[in-house]
Ligand binder design. Sequence first.
Ligand code: MLC
Ligand code: AMP
Length: 521
Amino acid sequence: MTNANLFSALRAAFPEDLTAVAVQTDEGLEYSWRDLDRATAMVANLLQSLNLPEGSRVAVQVEKSIEALVLYLATLRAGFVFLPLNTAYQSAEIEYFIGNAEPAVVVCSGANFGWVSKIAFKAGTRHVFTLNDNRTGSLLERAAQQSDRHTIVKRQADDLAAILYTSGTTGRSKGAMLTHGNMLSNALTLKDYWGWTRTGGPEGRGDVLIHALPIFHVHGLFVAIHGALINGSKMIWMAKFDPKRAIAYMKQATVFMGVPTLYVRMLAEPSLNKTAVASMRLFIAGSAPLLIETFTEWQERTGQTILERYGMSETAMLTSNPYAADKRYANQSERRGGTVGFPLPGVQLRVMGDEGHALPVGEIGGIQVKGPNVFKGYWRMPEKTAEEFTADGFFKTGDVGKVDDRGYVTIVGRSKDLIISGGYNVYPAEIEGFINEMKGVAESAVIGVPHPDFGEVGVAVVIAKPGFKLEPEVLVASLKAQLANFKIPKRCFVVPELPRNTMGKVQKNLLREQYKGLFSN
Ligand code: MLC
Ligand code: AMP
């Protein structure tokens, strides 16, 4: 029987020459495929030496580094479940994730060890390691004592590989459970659909990916890393995105993936031109809507057409504009701005009306999906999971869209009350919950408004209790102490009342209209 462990497939795709460079860092360090193999073996051996129960979670909140990548791959290799956490999360957020997921192992930076270990030990975690972005920390010290040989642990396609927390419109965050099979099927589909090549790129070495995204969400962790590894392709690893350096790297690369904000920032650089991108074959955007202006400006400046795709934590990638002709759609090969392309091979997608029937071409409704990439359910939330699936097994994405007569899917909005800011999700209900707890606050509404850099940002509109005077700056400072920085509303207004409909419900659409010009140039 073959091993369905995702790492097994990634390892099998390593090039024959293990001395070739697999990853090159900003600091000019080079890691070979053999280095990746040995380092993942050592960390996997360390994890296995802890005698953890089957299915144990390994929760990780560390800065981006190759060693963090090694930890991810080693967790897969050892058959445990990876739980990545955004480095912006503060203690209240971490306390919830650790309390909910009950990880057997927590890995954090040395600087955060004090407070993170306290939370972890209180939640029953027995092993807390540190890992810094300068190749130090107790995880590496302990791993250094392990053998660099390791047999990949056997897993079934349906076994859990990762849990990604995604916030909810109501209530707390939910852990989306992704299996080895979910991720491998998606990686193989994209390898084919995006035309990854092992030969023919610069210096005949095949595709080279510029990895510019954080590695705690689907885009940077799965789409980018799996994409390169399943093809045996080298990555240029940027610890932090910087538009100037990203453009400079393009001479050595062929593929770039980014959220729209990264494209907006690169367009502001005079060095972005046709010569700079001459060796690039593919620019991919996703995680948030790519404005048609960005799409067009990129085409004009570089002569290349961004390929926009659509996905989510629960499903990995769902749709994509074509890289080459897609025979299923009349040999269509055009990448159409403003659309997210076609359902990927193997993904079923339908647009449903309020009455629960599939809508005809061109009509707008809720997007539902089914396929081997769709997650197993929410961690320890069977009822929530049941609510989000239809009787015939489709997942309700919470996105609203339409399909045109040529098969292109367009996302026109969201039924979930969600703000996507610079590619990060912000749930108004969560922020409102924190604001409403503050002294003197009667009620609040958090809305998303257009922003030239982040696409959309949060704005808080607050009403005070009678007899209280609220200062917006004080409210924002208090939020900053409790929540990840990208969730903090960029502006806060204290107003006498909120617009309501006849049912008494706050009309956020009117607020969005009122504040939509706040950040326009
Ligand atoms: C940073 N800030 C943000 C922000 N990022 N504010 C709103 N939205 C964001 N996304 C704020 C900080 O709070 C801080 O404010 C200030 O900007 C500077 O912080 P920074 O950390 O120096 O910012 P920077 O490095 O410039 O980060 C911007 C960014 C980053 C765009 C590079 O946000 C980023 O990497 N985004 C990518 C997110 C991503 O990978 N999403 C994929 C999700 S997967 P202050 O006030 O504290 O100074 C998914 C599924 C799919 O959605 O389909 O892919
Ligand atoms: P997350 O929960 O972080 O995985 O975010 C998933 C959400 O991001 C989706 O449900 C969409 O609302 C949004 N999204 C992802 N890609 C796109 C895209 N190309 N265009 C518009 N929205 C997108």
